[in-house]
Design a protein around this ligand. Structure first.
Ligand code: RP5
Length: 183
């Protein structure tokens, strides 16, 4: 946690930073359909593990376009810092949301019934210049959440430290496996 530090130059004080880090929710997880939920649930589980407050809902670019506009346009004013958007097929949700919000958007290509998810991957990763979507691997909602924690950790020390601990634990886990294999 950041401790209280008096601000003399009018910049954001540590107290204000602490408040930002404690806002609820910090991450928005959205997906085009309830059929995406099994793929997207790991993102929620990772954020829970890190103690990052989040919200999760369905927003469809083509079935509920007005809801998508409302969600994306209001996201930063409601305190969200990152949006994770999962979609399958002609997966335009992450790109459209990125076009409507100044927040970072992480796209999760969801593997649908056809084309092994390559259609979703190409739809999300091939955003034209000027409107970025940070795209993770097909069905890899875990990495989307880990990226969101890193983005928030850049300004919230609690989450930065939690990420360092996560990386340490991961390394230790591999080292133990190597030790067992070497016996
Ligand atoms: C996309 O269409 C969703 O993101 C989902 O991956 C895909 C299929 O949706 P359902 O027909 O299963 O509702 O919008």
């Amino acid at each position: 946690r950041v401790s209280a530090v008096p601000s003399t130059d009018g910049s954001v004080s540590a107290v204000e930073k602490k408040d930002v880090c404690e806002m609820t929710p910090l991450v928005g997880i959205i997906m085009g359909s309830d059929s995406d939920l099994p793929t997207m649930r790991p993102a929620a589980q990772i954020l829970e593990q890190f103690g990052v407050p989040f919200e999760l809902t369905i927003v469809s670019a083509h079935r509920t376009p007005d809801r998508m506009f409302e969600y994306a346009r209001s996201a930063h004013t409601r305190g969200l810092k990152v949006i994770i958007a999962g979609a399958g097929g002609a997966a335009h949700l992450p790109g459209m949301v990125a076009a409507l919000t100044p927040l970072p958007v992480v796209g999760v290509p969801v593997k649908g019934r056809c084309l092994d998810g390559v259609d979703s991957l190409h739809s999300i990763v091939q955003m034209p210049r000027g409107v970025p979507v940070a795209t993770v691997a097909i069905n890899n909602a875990d990495n989307a959440a880990l990226l969101a924690v890193r983005i928030i950790g850049a300004s919230c020390p609690t989450y930065l430290q939690a990420m360092e601990q996560y990386m340490d634990d991961m390394r230790t886990g591999v080292e133990k496996k190597i030790e067992r294999l070497s016996v």
